[in-house]
Design a binder for this molecule. Sequence first.
Ligand SMILES: Cc1ncc(COP(=O)(O)O)c(C=O)c1O
Length: 363
Amino acid sequence: MRFEELVRPTVSHIKEYVPGKSIEEIAKKYGLAPEKIIKLGSNENPLGPSPFAVAAIKEKAGKVNIYPPSDAFELKRAISLYTGYPAGNIVVSGNGMDGILDTVMRIFMSPSAEAIIPIPTFSYYEIATLANGGKPVFVTRGKDFGINAGDILDKVNNNTKLVFICSPNNPSGNILNEEEARKILESVNAIVFIDEAYADFSGTSLIGLVKEYDNLIVGRTFSKAFGLAGMRMGYAVVPEWISREYMKTMTPFSMGVLSLAAGIAALNDREHLNKSIETVKKGRIQLGRGLDGLCKVYPSEANFILIDVSPRTAAEVSESLLKKGIIVRDCTSFRGAGNSLIRITVGTEEQNRKVIGAMVSIL
Ligand SMILES: Cc1ncc(COP(=O)(O)O)c(C=O)c1O
């Protein structure tokens, strides 16, 4: 027997997630010194983690022989202060928001059920739907990647279980407005998952709607504004009934001892958080002004900007940037994105200046 035949057919058809490129990979490929490489391909925090989070990790390092508290209560209490929701409305994952998405899928997705996904967007919604036997149903976003509730509702049927909306959207950076969100929430017999991985940078959030709608989940992450991508921590604000289902289906002790300590310290360090957000807000303007006239720059509410380099291709322009030691995200692998979009993470002022300089010489 070929054991490969045991793989569920739905899994064997999944196209692997294409991650942003790593410094090690690019250093090796182009013979560059790793410390000279600027990594702006994965929307990480250029200021690094909060020093208090680093100290908390060091302090707890000798305690990792013991399982963490399974209810992550102290972290939930800290998230509660940040979001204004009681701990009973908060769920967490020790595998980033990706882990939240996986558990949500385990609760709701079933063979022949459908998930609506407006594209181009973060590709893990599609992968997680397929991996759980479901069917992704794509809706093409409108002008400048906006979402029209009517386009989504046209695709809803009795099999629709989930609607994914990323806001601010990766890779386009625009947000879902409240009116469209309400129209969708009120018209579907399905769970609406609003992915707010980048909402800390936008100054607006739809998190307040969880109080009003029993079918809304708002996903968040520690990977971006909190600078803890390497710790792999995510959380979501959910109605209480979903929290109960979540606790039954999540992997036990999902959030590790070091992550719990780091997350609480990061949430308490508002100074670092505010500095990270300010750096992004200034950097977005700097990049926007510097690239204006060279290519189309989309307005962004996130910690990245999207540019259109047509008539050049994203592949050739990102390759030229890589040769200069600048890692950006060629969006060609995003379903529905075409072949001329590049996503650039907002860096420090100096990193942004280098990106602009490199783009001037390339374009
Ligand atoms: C829109 C969006 N959602 C979720 C994630 C996953 O975040 P995490 O690192 O918390 O798994 C990312 C990561 O880049 C993202 O861009």
